[in-house]
Design a protein around this ligand. Structure first.
Ligand SMILES: Nc1ncnc2c1ncn2[C@@H]1O[C@H](COP(=O)(O)OP(=O)(O)O)[C@@H](O)[C@H]1O
Ligand SMILES: CC(=O)OP(=O)(O)O
Ligand SMILES: [Mg+2]
Length: 394
């Protein structure tokens, strides 16, 4: 296998993160662009022009649909299938596929691999995956709880036991991915057994601009004669809710700062955030008959010692505790344990590294391709007049 790095493209709701990741996990090149809805995709060609030569590109694709349990090479057919899932992740899927097209145009011939947020949750037990909805609907529309942030959860599920130097085959872990989008995963011996996001990424925790779990009756009521269009309701739930609605800003740093300055609205926003977070951690623990390890990751989970300490305080009844000094100093990209030696539940901070996970999954697709030969399906077709570079994946 070649030694060139893998180019990783992570189109999230609040940023576009690019990295070149070497085989040993080094990152010789990294760029962050604005969110897709703030025009971040327009900066992609210029960023790509500065990227080092790569063996392949791995794209984070939020929704893989019901059948995709692993990463896959992006052919025209795969791309079309993924576009068909756009209304299940409207904030993420269309811009991620637009990024696929931009990279394809600027790096013709570079093998492209889709790495799915949903794949980590593919084998959720039926009790966690099924909706108690009419069976005919579930079968006709493929309704199930999919779960998201799987690239981050998958990385953290491996990294946290590594930080502690433990064998995790029976460890009951709850991973808190707290970024702009936020979700929890209950991981038992490496397998995901429950998660807070369901059919779409709007579900679950309070998020930057998304409402999280709601009474479906409320949505029906809003749609029924309240003078709101479907588009207005969708925009309200996806773009105008969450921290933004509660506190007036979706940026947790600003919410915490204003709370410290005495802003009542921000104080209440943090209370609602923590109330939902801690109730959901307890729900995840219940799915595993207990809790041994709690992991914080994502921009908020990695950096806000304040929020971690408050969450731990609320979860003390479950045996969660943090060491005040170690907690305060474990920020800005440091991975480490923050619980005291006596704690019943160990608490670890892990920097979200979707780039490492994407690169690893992409390399494993390339390896399979070398073993079995290139896919017999046509790969992504290239615009006329553009000479495809020789594939550098071997
Ligand atoms: N020091 C900090 N304290 C509290 N929140 C923080 C801090 N640093 C970053 N955040 C929050 O992290 C969130 C973004 O998380 P991140 O994982 O980078 O987002 P994305 O979902 O775009 O990948 C924002 O709400 C931001 O305010
Ligand atoms: C799935 C999801 O919510 O992703 P992000 O946090 O990037 O918005
Ligand atoms: Mg993210």
């Amino acid at each position: 296998m070649c030694a060139e790095p893998i180019l990783t493209v992570n189109v999230g709701s609040s940023s576009i993160k690019l990295a070149a990741v070497t085989r040993d996990g080094g990152v010789p090149w990294r760029r962050e662009l604005r969110a897709p809805e703030d025009g971040g995709l327009a900066g992609l060609p210029a960023a790509l022009a500065q990227a080092p030569a790569a063996a392949a590109v791995g794209h984070r694709i939020v929704h893989g649909g019901p059948t995709r349990a692993t990463a896959t090479e992006i052919t025209d057919r795969v791309r079309a299938d993924l576009l068909g899932l756009a209304d299940l992740a409207p904030l993420h899927q269309p811009p991620a596929l637009a990024a696929v097209d931009i990279v394809r145009r600027h790096c013709p011939g570079l093998p492209a691999v889709a790495c799915f947020d949903t794949a980590f949750h593919h084998d959720l037990p039926a009790e966690a995956a099924r909706y108690p909805l009419p069976r005919a609907w579930c079968e006709r529309f493929g309704l199930r709880r999919f779960g998201f942030h799987g690239l981050s959860h998958g990385y953290a599920a491996r990294r946290a036991p590594e930080v502690l130097g433990i064998d995790s085959s029976t460890t009951r872990t709850v991973i808190c991915h707290l970024g702009s989008g936020a979700s929890l995963a209950a991981v038992l011996g490496g397998r995901c057994v429950d998660t807070t996001m369901g059919f779409t990424p709007v579900d679950g925790l309070v998020q930057g601009t998304r409402c999280g779990s709601l009474d479906p009756g409320l949505v029906l009521w809003l749609l029924d004669g309240r003078g709101l269009t479907r588009a207005q309701v969708a925009d309200g739930l996806g773009h105008q809710s969450g921290l933004l609605a509660l506190a007036g800003t979706a940026d947790m740093r600003a919410v915490l700062r204003r709370r410290a300055e005495g802003d009542e609205r921000c104080a209440q926003a943090v209370d609602v955030y923590l109330h939902r977070l801690c109730a959901s951690v307890a729900g995840m623990a219940a799915a595993m008959n207990g809790l041994d390890l709690l992991v914080f990751t994502g921009g908020i989970g990695e950096n806000s010692a304040e929020l971690r300490a408050e969450a731990a305080h609320r979860l003390a009844w479950l045996g969660v505790a943090v060491d005040e000094l170690v907690n305060t100093t474990t920020v800005r990209g440091a991975d480490g344990e923050i619980s005291p030696a006596t704690a019943q539940v160990r608490v670890v901070v892990v920097r979200a590294r979707e780039d490492i996970e994407i690169a690893a999954q992409t390399r494993s697709v390339l390896r399979a391709r070398v073993r079995t030969g290139p896919t017999d399906r046509p790969r992504l077709s290239y615009p006329a007049g553009q000479q495809a570079q020789a594939s550098r994946s071997a």
